[in-house]
Design a protein around this ligand. Sequence first.
Ligand code: G4P
Length: 271
Amino acid sequence: MMQENIKLTDLVIELVDARIPASSRNPDIGELARNKARIVLLNKADLADPVCNREWMAFFEEQGAYALEVNSKSGAGIRAIDGLVREACKEKLERDRKRGIVNRPVRAMVAGIPNVGKSTFINSFAGKACAKTGNKPGVTKGKQWIRLNRNLELLDTPGILWPKFEDQEVGMRLAFIGSMNDEIVIMEELACDLLRQLRMLYPDAVCERYGIEWQDSETAVLEAIARSRGCFLKGERLDLKKAADILTDDFRSGRLGRMTLERPQGQENIQ
Ligand code: G4P
């Protein structure tokens, strides 16, 4: 279905999660969006490390895509997209102009894996004032285009793509950010995996938040968090599940600080 939809568009706006820009991408998008202008949005940039956001922007730009940090929830960065759309589609606009076609808006589609923030983004970008253009003759039946302004129309249903589940590391990172159902994850194990990453990348943040020291093992760190947060079961036994929930929740909400778990160095090309 996305392949059909993409045919109708000039531009693909791909959302990734700024905390894990590699794992939250779909590897097939390069092929799907071939020959289309592309914008990569680092969404949830408010939760990610600002230094890494800049590195990732440079990474995507080096490969010919246009990139921008956004916070779809607050709307930060959204206003800059219009200019970027014009820039990304300048060749098409020029072609149209030469053929005497004026005022034909650019048509864009938003795509990304579940939970990356597509609906929030569309609501924020399209705002309340925009009107749906309705079904147009010549356009596949049932498609709704949102007219954003004179120059841009957005397909109102985003393209949903799947991440690379078969890669265990990818699966784990998606679980860290809450893009997997926690009910199918063993939270204590997930918390230990997260602690292993944080020990490498942001060791001080964990110690400061919970007033603890790093221990020999991740389980011992989780126990220290449980003690520091008063997570006890009957008979003074430590409630490690509760400690794991506290840690993952603090990470996901940004209370541990702005963190990015992947760096652009050594990542696959996006095309
Ligand atoms: P989807 O359509 O791609 O599946 O994602 P959706 O918009 O439903 O967003 C998934 C979650 O991510 C929502 O949180 C949403 O508020 C949050 N979100 C989206 N963009 C951003 C952003 O730029 N920054 C931050 N911090 N959060 C963002 P939720 O907990 O499911 O809902 P809610 O409690 O926020 O309403």
